[in-house]
Write a new protein. Structure first.
Length: 317
């Protein structure tokens, strides 16, 4: 964590400067913040019917190595530069159902080779399970379906896997999204979110070199392991417009299996990943805002080690 210390130091003094330059608020006057939400947490409330939300993401990542089976980092001689733009649209259908669609693309560069590919597409349906405005406390259920619109197999063996952008499987994820607002300090409320999820990945047939390894002659049917995800995200209000937040997440993927007619050795082992993503929200108005932050792998097992910068903006109408 020492290598991130200058970032947090700069963040602290920036927030301190912003806070001291804002108008003073009476202890009896509540602040109504312009939240944007953290970078990756799922919301605990539905979008109202007739309201449309559009949000864009720009992620730049540097993959500098891989975590071994003993949670140690094996650094790569040449890292991979990744640009991952994403765009989502969300709207309410009824008072108890909303819908969201997310599309994305990938540009990767490594060893003077590059690849531009479309990624997977996600459809999300959400419904509230529990709403208490007085406490307050909220629980929301979302059903996420990931469509494998990215590239999973028949990869170019000369570009070292950078053209892979998908697991190739239809994935169904069930999320329970919890949230509340702590108003102990009326002028500095803290909103928090917690997401718990289980994901099932359908079997996928692969040909050639794929996300699971293999070679040009590989023919196999892969049964990916299911996943568990936990995420916690507080939003700490400094002023009406300026908010500090972070996402702390853990994901475990169980070991999968495969059947191969070519005696290929494929990688379907269990993985673990812990990530941290601090960010600053600037809520321009209740209808829109921007968020800038980082995204880092902290600990992992058989996964990629990376560091990222993330910029996002949204508008509701």
């Amino acid at each position: 964590m020492r290598k991130y210390f200058p970032f947090f130091l700069l963040l602290y003094f920036s927030l301190e400067a912003v806070s001291t330059n804002q108008p003073k608020v009476s202890h009896h006057q509540k602040v109504v913040p312009n939240y944007t939400g953290s970078l990756f947490s799922s919301d605990f409330s539905n979008t109202a019917p007739g309201v449309w939300i559009t949000q864009g993401y720009f992620l730049y990542s540097y993959d500098y190595g891989n975590y071994t089976s003993k949670f140690k980092i094996s650094k790569s001689k040449e890292g991979t530069h990744v640009i991952n733009p994403q765009f989502l649209v969300e709207t309410g259908i009824t008072s108890f159902l909303d819908i969201e669609v997310i599309g994305q693309g990938f540009y990767r560069e490594k060893n003077d080779k590059n690849s531009l590919q479309w990624g997977d597409t996600t459809l999300i349906l959400g419904t509230p399970l529990y709403v208490n405005h007085h406490k307050p406390f909220y629980v929301r259920l979302t059903l996420n379906e990931i469509f494998p619109t990215g590239k999973v197999d028949q990869l170019d063996p000369t570009v070292d896997g950078i053209d892979q952008t998908s697991a190739g499987s239809f994935q169904t994820q069930v999320f329970l999204n919890f949230g509340s607002v702590i108003n102990y300090f009326s002028y500095h409320p803290i909103r928090w979110r917690m997401n718990l999820a289980y994901g099932y990945a359908a079997p996928v047939k692969i040909k050639g070199t794929s996300a699971y390894g293999g070679g040009p002659n590989t023919r196999a049917k892969v049964y990916p392991g299911s996943t568990l995800l936990g995420l916690f995200s507080p939003e700490i209000v400094f002023t009406k417009n300026w908010i500090f937040t972070f996402d702390l997440s853990y994901q475990h993927t169980f070991q999968g299996s495969y059947k191969s007619s070519t005696n290929s050795n494929l990688n379907v082992k269990a993985t673990d990943l812990v990530t941290f993503s601090p960010a600053i929200e600037y809520g321009i108005s209740p209808k829109g805002g921007i968020i800038l932050g980082g995204w880092f792998s902290l600990l992992g097992k058989r996964t990629t080690a990376f560091t990222s910068v993330v910029l996002s903006g949204y508008y509701a109408f």
